[in-house]
Ligand binder design. Structure first.
Ligand code: NAD
Length: 368
C-alpha cells in the first residue's frame, strides 16, 4: 500500500531517542500486521540540532514539519546546553515549532489505567478508570500578552504580565473542545475566572455563543479555583475541560498527577484545520529529556507510544488502531510489567526496549 501518511519524527535529546525507538517498533508492527504504511522522516531538534547547526531548529526541519501530516517529538534539553544563548537553547526550538505551526490547542488526557490506580496519591476509587481531557489554549494569554516586563511605578520597581485574548483566539480553542466533546461523552466544562477577570467574562460569553452550534453538548461554566478543588475531590465528574494558557498549564499538571507517573502521560497540540480538514499537529510525551536516566534503557516509553496513539486518532482518523494500542499498553501493565518509574512490589521490572516489545507482543495477541 502506498504510504500517504507523512510523519516527521524528532527524537530530540536525553531519553527522547530511546522512547522514540519504541514508537518506531510499533510503527513497524502496524506496517507488518495492519498493512498501514507511514512515510516516516527523521530529523534533529533541541540540543541534538544545536550540535550540528548551532540552532535548536534548523530552517529545513521547520519546513519539513510544516509539510507533513503530523510531527512526533521525543523531548529536548539537557544540562550540557544550560549555558547556550537563550534563542539557541533546546527549549527555544520546541517553542518555535509550536509557534510557527500555530498549535493553539493542547490536548492533555488524564487517564488512569486500573493497574496503576494504586500509584496515585488519591484514593483508588477516586482515580481508577479516570478518563478526562484537558484542552489548554497554547499560543496566547498570560505567557504571550503585552506589555510584559519591568518598569518603575511610584518610585518602585514593578513587574507586569498581561493576560490578553482576542475573540478568535478564544473561539477557535473553544470550538476545538466542543468538537472533541462531541466525540466523547458530550460534556464540556469551560473554565475561567469570570468573577474577577475581564478575560474570564469574555471567555464565558464566547463559550456560551459557540455552544449554540453544538446543541448535543452539555456546557458547564466553572471558576478555575473551584476546578482545581474538584479535580482532586472527584475528577470523574469531568470529561472535557477547556481553559486558557495559564490555568491550563496548572490544571493539566494537577489532573495528570491524579494518574501516577510522568512516564505515562501523552499530549497532542493541534492547529487550525485547512480547507481539506487537515490540521497541523504535533504529538509528544509530557515528560522532559530525563538526563538522569538517559542512555540507560530505564525510560518508560508508554507516554510516547500513547502520544502516537493520539496521532492515529486525531491526525489520521484511525480511532480503532489507537484503541488497540491503548488496550495493548493497559494489558502489559495488567500483566505486571513495569519500568522503574512505575515499579511496584511484585511487578516485573523491564527495560525501555522490553516494554516496547511487550506492547507489540500484546498487539499481536489483540489482533489475532
Ligand atoms: P523530566 O521530565 O525530564 O524528568 C523529571 C523526573 O522524571 C526525572 O527524575 C526523570 O528521570 C523522570 N522521568 C521523566 N520521564 C520519564 C520516563 N519516560 N520514564 C521514566 N522516568 C522519567 O524533567 P526535568 O528533570 O525537570 O527536565 C530535564 C530536562 O528536560 C531539562 O532540560 C528540561 O528543560 C527538559 N524538559 C523538556 C520538555 C520537553 O521536551 N517537552 C519538558 C520538560 C522538561
Amino acid at each position: 500500500m502506498a504510504a500517504n501518511k507523512k510523519l516527521l519524527m524528532l527524537p530530540g535529546d536525553g531519553i527522547g531517542p530511546e522512547v522514540m525507538a519504541e514508537v518506531n517498533r510499533v510503527i513497524g508492527w502496524m506496517d507488518k500486521r495492519r498493512h498501514v504504511s507511514f512515510d516516516v522522516q527523521e530529523d534533529l531538534v533541541g540540543g541534538a540540532a544545536y550540535e550540528v547547526h548551532k540552532s535548536s531548529l534548523a530552517d529545513e526541519t521547520l519546513e519539513k514539519a510544516m509539510a507533513v501530516d503530523a510531527v512526533m517529538l521525543g523531548a529536548v534539553g539537557g544540562p550540557q546546553w544550560d549555558n547556550v544563548a537563550r534563542d539557541a537553547r533546546p527549549e527555544a526550538g520546541l517553542l518555535k515549532l509550536r509557534k510557527e505551526m500555530d498549535l493553539f490547542a493542547n490536548l492533555r488526557p488524564a487517564t488512569c489505567m486500573p493497574a496503576l490506580a494504586e500509584a496515585s496519591s488519591l484514593k483508588e476509587d477516586v482515580v481508577s478508570g479516570l478518563d478526562i481531557m484537558i484542552v489548554r489554549e497554547l499560543t496566547a494569554g498570560t505567557y504571550f500578552g503585552e506589555p510584559k516586563g519591568k518598569d518603575t511605578y511610584k518610585g518602585q520597581e514593578r513587574v507586569i504580565d498581561t493576560t490578553s485574548y482576542t475573540h478568535d483566539e478564544i473561539e477557535r480553542v473553544v470550538r476545538a473542545a466542543f468538537e472533541l466533546a462531541q466525540k466523547r461523552s458530550k460534556k464540556l466544562h469551560s473554565v475561567e475566572k469570570a468573577n474577577v477577570m475581564e478575560v474570564g467574562v469574555f471567555w464565558r460569553q464566547i463559550a456560551t455563543e459557540v455552544a449554540a452550534d453544538y446543541p448535543d453538548v452539555e456546557l458547564h461554566h466553572m471558576y478555575a479555583d473551584n476546578c482545581a478543588m474538584q479535580l482532586v475531590r472527584w475528577p470523574k465528574q469531568f470529561d472535557v475541560i477547556v481553559t486558557d494558557n495559564l490555568f491550563g498549564d496548572i490544571l493539566s499538571d494537577c489532573a495528570a498527577m491524579c494518574t501516577g507517573s510522568l512516564g505515562m502521560l501523552p499530549s497532542a497540540s493541534l492547529g487550525a484545520a485547512d480547507e481539506s480538514g487537515r490540521r497541523r499537529a504535533m504529538y509528544e510525551p509530557v515528560h522532559g529529556s530525563a538526563p538522569d536516566i538517559a542512555g540507560e534503557q530505564k525510560a518508560n516509553p508508554l507516554a510516547t507510544i500513547l502520544s502516537y496513539a493520539m496521532c492515529l486518532r486525531y491526525s489520521f482518523d484511525m480511532g480503532d488502531d489507537a484503541d488497540l494500542i491503548e488496550k495493548a499498553c493497559a494489558n502489559v501493565l495488567d500483566a505486571g510489567f513495569r519500568t522503574g518509574d512505575i515499579m511496584t512490589e511484585g511487578a516485573t521490572l523491564v527495560s525501555t526496549e522490553d516494554m516496547g516489545q511487550k506492547v507489540c507482543d500484546e498487539l499481536d495477541k489483540l489482533a489475532a
